[in-house]
Design a protein around this ligand. Structure first.
Ligand code: ADP
Length: 515
């Protein structure tokens, strides 16, 4: 059944209001899902690696193997690029209306298969099933949005300064787009890029994260069913070992015109450097270090609810999760007390397939080791642990939801992106101090401000060096909003009116001489 439009908005509160679905734990049965694929998707064909190599995809909650996919390398990627380049020569000539119609069919197919897509997503990523459903709806919204956006991409007729010349701008698809996506949103990070590119008339070679290729391949199956022509969407799967070489060939190939990446700043910088040789247009959604500022006048219930939603989503593993809580001295103790109580009461850790679970595992043991070392560092430097502060007894990939107070700028939990279920709270006195602390990082993706003072809302929102500001709001993501960062958090914007699709468009200036 396709949810009504309003369903999307309910989905934005999917973490704490999970009653609208009734997940049932079903042990994984290999290949039970008709959307699980064990081959990559190139030129509309389910394709093995030329080397024949494969690797297993595992469930981070249980360690069970949930699928096997090709471990492709440079040769497969070159083949995919050549296919995409060839297809681009005809696809660029299709009308926006044709592309729009296909994307709308894909949108309906995604929503029509939401249960299966969500199940696959939870199996490979670990996030609770209700969150996975929310992500599928969010991901599908980009399919619909860009189907609408492409109908309105238009050039201009410019008043000419010469009586003998007419001047125009044309907007044309940029070409083959190389895409590399992360594991924390295995569905939506793909649709947010690929649907924009396809809507614009481009073709795509996408390398999904090694941990979560099954969601990418399931989308290919639905794009195929939607009638999106062979060679428009190509997905090359590989394990971590082959990722750098595949990334390099995507960046360096003269047949690829655009690189779009979501992931860590470190990898983003590598891709930017590699793209310099062919002067590629790049869209980068990189790491964040989001401040979450709570002023004395804030509505504390709203601030606590928002903190829960934006911190514990995907077990704290999103680039817009609050990373540094900055709380004014007058409200500090109460905020610590209420947030601690909410964590104790509302977070249930476990296998994302189980009913009522709100926090799944982290993506792997390495992620848990990192989070634990950050908490240890904070503890050694004098932070107080109010709840959690340790690995969970549930297994290697689980970490207890944690709240630390007395955090300082020198601690790793402040300097680095935590990417885990850890709240680190620092106390501040003045607005000026809060802004200096908030902006004191090379990241600039998302920031949050909680205050009831209208003047302060504007002052602080304007002063923050962040691409996205949540003002008395902890969940802002939607296809209508522009997503992207200032400073080292990235280049370009995804979604939004005009911005998201323009990333995949070249502007051509046409000057016509008149007799
Ligand atoms: P994380 O450490 O959270 O996995 P990354 O930025 O390393 O974040 O990974 C995001 C995506 O980038 C994944 O698809 C991964 O395979 C890919 N990746 C990692 N290293 C490279 C690289 N050197 N070149 C190209 N892609 C890479």
């Amino acid at each position: 059944m396709i949810p009504k439009a309003g369903g999307l908005w309910k989905a934005s509160h999917f973490i704490w209001k999970t009653t609208f679905i009734r997940p049932q734990f079903q042990p994984y049965v290999r290949m039970s899902s008709s959307l699980i694929r064990d081959k990559a998707y190139i030129n509309g064909q389910w394709t093995s690696a030329k080397s024949g190599a494969t690797y297993n995809v595992t469930n981070p909650a249980t360690g069970e193997v949930v699928g096997t996919v090709p471990d492709m390398d440079v040769r497969d990627t070159v083949a995919a690029i050549e296919t995409a380049y060839k297809r681009f020569q005809t696809f660029k000539k299709t009308t926006a209306k044709e592309r729009s119609e296909k994307l709308k069919v894909a949108y309906r197919l995604i929503l029509g298969n939401i249960d299966e897509l969500a199940r696959i997503l939870t199996l490979e990523n670990g996030k609770p099933l209700a969150e996975s459903k929310g992500e599928i709806m969010y991901g599908a919204s980009f399919c619909e949005w860009f189907a609408e956006e492409c109908r309105r991409v238009q050039g201009t007729i410019v008043p000419s300064p010469f009586p003998t010349k007419k001047i125009f701008t044309l907007k044309q698809p940029i070409g083959v787009c190389g895409m590399i996506t992360p594991w924390n949103f295995p569905n939506a990070m793909i649709t947010r890029k690929a649907c924009a590119a396809i809507a614009a008339g481009c073709t795509v070679v996408l390398k999904p994260a090694e941990d979560t290729p099954l969601s990418a391949l399931a989308l290919c199956e639905l794009f195929d069913r939607a009638g999106i022509p062979a060679g428009v969407m190509n997905v090359v799967t590989c394990n971590r070992g082959n990722a750098p070489a595949i990334g390099k060939v995507l960046c360096e190939s003269p047949l690829v015109s655009h690189i779009s990446f979501t992931g860590s700043s470190a990898v983003g910088k590598i891709l930017l450097r590699q793209s310099a040789e062919t002067v590629k247009k790049c869209s980068m959604e990189l790491g964040g270090n989001a401040p979450f500022i709570v002023f004395d006048s804030a509505d504390i219930e709203v601030a606590v609810r928002s903190a829960m939603a934006c911190k514990f989503r995907c077990a704290g593993q999103t680039c817009v999760c609050a990373n540094r809580f900055l709380v004014q001295e007058g409200i500090h103790d109460k905020f610590v007390e209420k947030l601690t109580a909410s964590i104790k009461q509302d977070v249930k850790i476990g296998n994302g397939m189980e009913s009522g679970v709100t926090q799944g595992p982290l993506i792997n043991k390495r992620a848990v080791d990192k989070v634990d070392s950050f908490v240890e560092d904070a503890r050694k430097q004098g932070a107080n642990v109010h709840v959690g502060g340790q690995r969970s007894s549930l297994g290697d990939t689980f970490y207890e939801p944690t709240l630390l107070s007395g955090v300082t700028s020198d601690m790793l939990v402040s300097k680095e992106e935590i990417f885990g279920p850890v709240v680190g709270i620092a106390k501040f006195k003045t607005e000026e101090e809060a802004i200096i602390l908030a902006n004191g990082t090379s990241a600039g993706l998302a920031g949050y401000v909680f205050t009831s003072d209208a003047s302060q809302q504007w002052r602080v929102a304007e002063a923050l060096e962040y691409g996205i500001v949540g003002l008395n709001e902890g969940l802002f993501s939607c296809c209508e909003g522009t997503f992207g960062g200032f400073k080292e958090s990235g280049l370009g914007r995804e979604g939004g009116i005009g911005y998201g699709i323009e990333e995949y468009i070249e502007v051509k200036y046409l000057c016509m001489g008149m007799k």
